[in-house]
Design a binder for this molecule. Structure first.
Ligand code: PEP
Ligand code: MG
Length: 588
């Protein structure tokens, strides 16, 4: 039966495919695709895990059989019997085999997927006693997962190395249907793992439009919906799903008529992309001759390729923290970081690359596990530059790596979340220390321009201080909106109040642009507003000439630029900023 779940639109377009339900497990589980020649080894890993847990339970049974009823109550023995029975249930292992063999999931992913399928069957049971056995099933699956965690995969390479490109998977007959992910939540680190994988779209139960998970989805340019409450409970493994990323809707089990309608919409989208692609080599100049710089936001060095393909004039924001995520405590050292930054710099072939020092914290934990120790108000806590200043050793290492990469092409160094003059002073001193360090050791390095993000209202309100110390500024509207309006950008419950067009936000953005222009300092916007075509004319009218966004949005923004006449937009833009309800003046 067809039904739909509504959420928040994140990344445009239509995806049609089969559901891959990402079970949320209390054990931190890696998800990646394996190669066909690893199938047998992965199945063997699960079997070994199961056998080990069976052995463990048998040993326990033996121990308690020698105890009296007081020390080992009868219920305990009965429980162990149930666990053994569940472990030996063929449906568990045959299902896991199916996900490994037919879908090429790694062993842990296959096990949690099958656990999900069986849990649903338990949920539907009439008998309350049987229904409650679901908890036992979860416990035994967790024991197997924990056992497997202690035993590395025989093909023990990092997951990234095992990731297969979309091309490879499309060429593989065993994976011929597009797959869409449906999950309760996905961390930015999870998203990164999926970046080069097969998924055609995704839906999550929670999350806001500007959470980092949503931002990575947008950078992948696949249709996505977040905050679709109940989606992961309502859809089933392998259901046919339509994701309408423009409307923020997930349709489950669509009828043939609905499928045909969305198939048409999907083709229309592809045609539109084809039309935009023709603008790739067209210079971004407005009707009145104003040159506009369209830059790319990237998360990994290899994204430079997509940036170049979209015709980006450079990288306006390299979110370096993604290099640090999902590393389970093994953070990249100076050499590894240097190689990564260098790859991005060389990848951009002489165009400038703006590397932001790591902005870890809030909704970007280093590992999934780190979320457990989350602070009460992580977005207001030890995040970004605050974390870097609290750990100068790590910060200096990153600064040195960035300066070394600057020997290979133009590099700008961007500092996130500054608000205090004292933080600026400390940061500048550490930048100087890093430079002297390299000089003393005779390590080749290059000059960097220094920039600050304006993403805390306090920074926008003391702009003079920033203008005095930095070569350029970059407005991070995602956080500027969050902190101006006191709205958690990752919380779907308040997403309706997260308003880029709130007059207070617009005033801070307009003032920052105006002051930078008056002083001849370069300024860009690198938050999601820069890639939102509905505000391109407004930002141009406010004097902005540099926009940094996901590569996938560059051509659509360029189209707006080519149609704009900034002379005519200026007074209108001023009116919009002064209005009580700016959105009303912006048009449809
Ligand atoms: C921003 O806050 O607008 C920004 C670009 O940084 P991030 O989204 O990574 O916080
Ligand atoms: Mg930010």
């Amino acid at each position: 039966m067809t039904f739909s779940v509504h959420g928040l639109p994140v990344a445009r377009g239509v995806a049609i495919g089969r559901a891959v339900l990402m079970a949320s497990s209390r054990v931190d589980v890696a998800h990646y695709f394996i190669e066909p020649d690893q199938i047998a080894a992965e199945i063997a890993r699960v079997r070994a895990g199961r056998n080990a847990v069976v052995e463990e339970i048998r040993r326990l049974q033996h121990t308690i059989s020698q105890m009296g009823p007081k020390e080992a109550p009868h219920e305990l023995a009965a429980l162990l019997d149930v666990h053994l029975m569940l472990l030996q249930d063929e449906e568990l292992i045959s299902g896991v085999k199916h996900w490994i063999t037919d879908r090429l999931y790694n062993a842990e992913w296959a096990l949690t997927t099958q656990l999900e399928v069986l849990s649903r069957q338990f949920d539907e049971m009439e008998d309350e006693y049987l229904r409650e056995r679901k908890a036992d099933l979860e416990q035994v699956a967790e024991r197997i997962l924990r056992y497997m965690k202690g035993v590395a995969s025989p093909a023990a390479q990092p997951p990234a190395a095992r990731r297969r490109t979309q091309q490879e998977l499309l060429l593989d007959d065993s994976v011929d249907v597009p797959l869409v992910i449906i999950a309760h939540d996905l961390s930015p680190a999870d998203m990164l793992q999926f970046k080069q994988s097969v998924f055609a779209g995704f839906v999550t139960d929670v999350g806001g439009r500007n959470s980092h998970t949503a931002i990575v989805a947008r950078s992948m340019d696949i249709p996505a919906v977040v905050g679709a409450r109940g989606a992961s409970q309502l859809a089933r493994q392998d259901d046919w799903i339509i994701i309408d990323g423009d409307a923020g809707v997930m349709i489950v089990d669509p009828s043939p008529i609905i499928l045909a309608e969305y198939g048409f919409k999907q083709r229309q989208g592809e045609l539109e992309r084809g039309r935009l692609a023709r603008l790739r080599h067209t210079p971004a100049i407005t009707l009145d001759g104003q040159k506009v710089e369209l830059l790319a936001n990237i998360e990994l060095p290899d994204d430079a390729k997509a940036a170049l393909e979209a015709g980006a004039a450079g990288v306006g924001l390299f979110r370096s923290e993604f290099l640090f995520m999902g590393r389970r405590g093994q953070l990249p050292q100076e050499e590894e970081q240097y190689q990564a930054y260098r790859r991005a710099v060389e990848g951009m072939q002489g165009r400038p690359v703006t590397i932001r020092t790591m902005d870890v914290g809030a909704d970007k934990p280093l590992d999934d596990g780190a979320r457990v120790e989350a602070h009460l108000n992580p977005a207001l806590g030890l995040r970004a530059i605050r974390l870097s200043l609290a750990d100068p050793g790590t910060f200096l290492m990153q600064l040195r790596a960035i300066m070394r990469a600057a020997a290979h092409g133009p590099v700008n160094l961007l500092i996130p979340m500054l608000a205090h003059a004292s933080e600026i002073r400390q940061t500048l001193a550490l930048v100087e220390t890093a430079r002297q360090d390299l000089e003393r050791r005779g390590v080749p390095h290059g000059p960097v321009k220094l920039g600050a993000m304006i993403e805390i209202p306090a920074a926008a309100l003391i702009l003079k201080t920033f203008l005095k110390h930095f070569d350029f500024l970059s407005i991070g509207t995602n956080d500027l909106i969050q902190y101006t309006l006191a709205i958690d950008r990752a919380d779907e419950a308040v997403a309706h109040l997260y308003d880029p067009l709130h007059p207070a936000v617009l005033r801070l953005v307009a003032e920052t642009i105006a002051q930078c222009n008056a002083q001849g300092k370069s300024v860009s916007v690198c938050g999601e507003m820069a890639g939102d075509t509905s505000v391109t004319r407004l930002l141009l009218g406010l004097g902005l000439r540099s926009f940094s966004m996901h590569p996938a949005q560059i051509l659509a923004v360029k189209q707006e630029v080519l149609r704009a006449d900034t002379g005519r937009l200026e007074s209108w833009a001023r009116q919009v900023v002064e209005a009580e309800e700016p959105a009303a003046l912006l048009g449809p």
